[in-house]
Write a protein that binds this ligand. Structure first.
Ligand code: 0RQ
Length: 503
């Protein structure tokens, strides 16, 4: 497909209009499903035009707000622009935008934080209400009106199916060579009509290369030419490298014990610098012929595909720095052979994750001495990003790993605490905890054994004596020896931080 002709379908070419004209078709109060997953494949122009429209109407004294449903986080042009003008009534399911975060924490925006694999089925079941409009970025439109997905799929299939009206953004800035990299599954149904998902390997194709949409639903087509805005990764620091080393040593030991095959099991890797450092470690490490079944494919995985360490990767989004994005575009034929992008209900599907036996590796905010993990809230109340897909993978994977530096805010905070201030992953879903101090393998341990392992292996030496003291006194309290706690003290570390700036 040439750059000049991304819209091959004449019927849809007739619906071409400006972003402003398209935005004016979205009424106040609408539920709007937008494309976008971790800074990839989000609409670049219509949300900004809508934000301008909302600002204007607000200045005329009108209250104009919409609800925004996406795949996951987007970028300043979408979440940032709409949050800035107080245009979002309700947001779901995952965000990482600073303005959005501020509005949510000020109580000016509602936020529903749910497992990414649940979003489509909750929408199908009608739990969020009716979907009025879908605004979806695509890389092109074929002659017969099929939509070539762009750098993420997320919930696009569901939004297109569910929405009364669809607005398309055709982005010339996305590589035309993305065509053929996608696998859009059209077999999902609600219970009791569900069928098994016929996938036994991460590279099995089970769907279509295109998104399908009845042309009569498409009310506008807008052309754009803009890159995704994914953040650059900082070079791995000593802390991330130490975490990566502990995890790699653990994998080697598991292979030796024949509890993992030599090429491990399909990898899922969360977002952020630690995840990237682990991938960099794997790229240097002894394992080869690896595969990935993940939601986000970030720079580290692209490098592993390039080096050949990673044979293939299945994901729902390409969340790449500008440099990695150029590498992908320049070598798109090579990567198209090795990457499959799926809908997020499949990339994160519990059935598939359990069957394939995924190694789930995710970041966290804090863990407690028994292994409950908080991935989402600062000091119990303030949202950071959201649970994303971490719960889908942690609950259903073969191994669930959570990683964090042992301290935060320059050492003022211990990320290992007596009791987490919010629980996203219960002790039952958490098998391995890793900090730069070491790794706690919690499999097969009872709660008091777990506490000893986490305190001795993962806590920072500055906080370790106080954790030992807490645990010892909790055990001596005689209140219940299964999971001993001092209830009046369990959250006192957080309380102290709030009052003094130091745990
Ligand atoms: O804040 O930058 O203001 O100092 O939290 O911390 O260490 O940079 O961590 O970027 O790896 O993110 C859990 C948020 C970790 C992420 C989380 C402060 C810290 C800093 C960020 P500053 P780091 P990362 C796949 C899987 C949930 C979703 C998920 C996440 C900021 O991994 O969103 O896993 N996970 N999805 O200072 C107070 C603590 C703290 C703390 C860190 N204990 N208390 N502040 N911070 N620990 C992707 C998707 O699902 C889409």
């Amino acid at each position: 497909m040439t750059e000049a002709s991304r819209i091959h379908c004449s019927r849809l070419r007739e619906r071409l209009m400006s972003a402003g004209e398209a935005a004016a078709l979205i009424p106040s109060g609408a539920n709007v499903g937008m494309s976008g997953f971790t800074g990839a494949g989000y609409p670049k122009a219509v949300p900004q035009a809508l934000a301008a429209h909302i600002r204007e109407r607000r200045e005329r004294g009108e209250n104009y707000r919409i609800s925004v449903w996406t795949g996951a986080s987007t970028a300043p042009e979408l979440d940032g622009a709409l949050a800035e003008v107080d245009g979002i009534e309700m947001r779901l399911p995952y965000q990482s935008d600073p303005v959005c975060r501020q509005k949510i924490n000020e109580g000016r925006m509602s936020y529903i934080d749910i497992h990414l694999s649940h979003v489509a089925q909750h929408a199908w079941s009608g739990f969020f209400g009716e979907l009025d409009v879908a605004v979806i970025e695509v890389a092109g439109i074929t002659e017969d009106g099929k939509l070539i997905p762009s750098s993420s799929i997320g919930n696009n299939k569901t939004w297109i199916d569910q929405a009364d009206k669809v607005i398309l953004e055709v982005n010339h800035g996305q590589s035309a060579g993305l065509e053929g990299m996608h696998d859009v599954y059209y077999g999902t149904a609600l219970p009791p009509r569900r069928k098994p998902i016929e996938m036994t390997q991460p590279d099995d194709r089970i769907g279509e290369k295109y998104l399908l949409c009845p042309p009569e639903k498409i009310i506008a087509v807008v052309e754009t030419n803009a890159p995704d805005r994914c953040s650059r990764f900082s070079e791995p620091d000593e802390t991330s490298n130490a975490i990566a080393r502990h995890l790699l040593a653990f994998f080697e030991m598991e292979v030796e014990k024949k509890r993992l095959p030599e090429n491990l099991l399909p990898l899922q890797s969360g977002v952020g610098n630690i995840a990237n450092a682990v991938l960099a470690g794997l790229n240097e490490g002894p394992f080869s012929d690896l595969t990935a079944y993940t939601e986000v494919l970030q720079d580290g995985m692209l490098a592993m595909l390039r080096s050949g360490k990673l044979r293939m990767a299945s994901a729902t989004a390409l969340s790449l720095s500008p440099e990695a994005s150029k590498e992908l575009t320049d070598n798109i034929d090579f990567y198209r052979e090795r990457i499959l992008l799926r809908t997020q209900e499949i990339s994160n599907h519990p059935e598939v994750i359990r069957r394939l036996g995924i190694i789930a590796m995710n970041g966290m905010i804090e863990a407690d001495i028994y292994g409950n993990v908080n991935s989402t809230h600062l000091m119990g109340s303030r949202i950071m990003n959201g649970i994303g897909g971490s719960g889908d993978f942690a609950r259903n994977g073969y191994l669930s790993v959570f990683m964090t530096p042992s301290t935060a805010k320059g050492g003022a905070i211990s990320t290992i605490v007596p009791m987490v201030s919010h629980v996203d992953h219960t002790e039952h879903d958490v098998q391995i905890v890793v900090t730069e101090q070491g790794l706690a393998d919690l499999r097969g341990l009872a709660p008091r054994q777990r506490a000893l392992s986490i305190i001795e292996n993962c806590a920072h030496p500055d906080f370790r004596p106080r954790l030992r003291d807490y645990f010892k006194r909790a055990c001596a309290s005689g209140r219940g020896m299964h999971t001993p706690h001092l209830l009046g003290e369990a959250l006192s570390w957080h309380q102290r931080y709030e009052e003094t700036g130091q745990m």
